[in-house]
Design a protein around this ligand. Structure first.
Ligand code: SF4
Length: 300
């Protein structure tokens, strides 16, 4: 039973989480192309050119759309495909700067780009916190999670002057403590539910180096893979329920047929850069990248 003052029913909780999540989905039509201007990027990261932060990408059009959007996958622009602003683009464009773009308001563009970078951190934290409040084993700390969601939202509504100079690190540490607790609660519950002889799983150190590792025979249910480097790791058909993947690097990790339906703290960016297929099971909040089919066709 949830604390009565938080959520009286499962439906209330679901509605609460849904109302938060919709605001954390990128809405490019309501954004001033901020990710294609505000950030530094280079071809090595899967972007079309090397450019400084604040300089618009050569493919960004005057209506803030991308002139090569339909062929990003064909051109191998993995950085463009994978990037997710967690809804911070539209928040900065429409709320912080009240619909005035950096093109119209040249004098505030530097400020807008700095606000965007901090807003993205805050929205990423909101993504994790909102995910945390949907995890039943974390019920005992729902009050802490909910108040952190509200506090973080309050910060995102501050003025651009405050947001541009915000030190996000302190708030991030407070959020991280609650996410760690959530992770423990979820992983303990799933480990307790497994048969005893299945529990001989390996423990991994923080930010474990698993580049190219073949993990197909490893028992990973309920493992802690926070910050793990899983670049090109082989996770085909592995049961990954209850695994904490916060901050893990999934570039080219092979997750075809893997069960990530109960994995925690995964983001769309991680899924976008991995190699999966329609047999991969994803958590309910994430979607199947359209480029997976093309990747699969090239392989085997
Ligand atoms: S190629 Fe398109 S999506 Fe990628 S950075 Fe440039 S404008 Fe943005």
């Amino acid at each position: 039973m949830y604390k009565i003052e938080l959520f009286q029913t499962d439906e209330d909780l679901k509605n609460f989480a849904h109302s938060k999540m919709v605001k954390l989905k990128a809405d490019c039509l309501n954004c001033f192309g901020l990710c294609c201007v505000a950030l530094y990027f280079s071809p090595m990261d899967g972007f079309p050119i090397e450019k400084e932060a604040g300089q618009p990408c050569i493919n960004l059009q005057s209506d803030f759309s991308c002139s090569i959007h339909k062929s990003l996958s064909k051109r191998g622009l993995k950085g463009c495909i994978a990037y997710d602003c967690f809804g911070s683009g539209q928040k900065v464009s429409q709320v912080s700067f009240e619909g005035k773009s950096w093109m119209e308001c040249q004098e505030s563009k530097e400020q807008m780009f700095k606000v965007f970078q901090n807003m993205r951190y805050l929205h990423e934290l909101l993504w994790y916190l909102t995910q945390a409040i949907t995890l039943k084993p974390a019920q005992s700390i729902y009050d802490q999670i909910k108040s952190l969601i509200e506090e973080t939202e309050k910060i995102t509504n501050m003025s651009p002057d405050i947001l541009m100079n915000l030190e996000v690190g302190n708030h991030r540490e407070i959020v991280n403590e609650v996410l760690l607790k959530t992770s423990e609660l979820v992983r303990n519950e799933i480990n307790l539910s497994q048969k005893p002889y299945y529990k001989s799983y390996r423990t991994y150190k923080l930010r474990a180096d698993l580049v190219g590792a073949d993990l197909r025979k490893n028992y990973l249910i309920g493992a802690n893979l926070r910050g793990a480097c899983l670049i090109a790791a082989d996770l085909r058909e592995v049961d990954l329920r209850g695994v904490d993947f916060i901050g893990a690097d999934f570039r080219d990790a092979d997750i075809r047929g893997a069960d990530l339906s109960g994995s925690i703290f995964l983001t769309q960016v991680q899924i976008n850069v991995a190699k999966g297929d329609l047999n991969t099971k994803l958590p309910p909040l994430l979607s199947y990248p359209i480029h997976w089919k093309q990747i699969n066709n090239k392989k085997d």
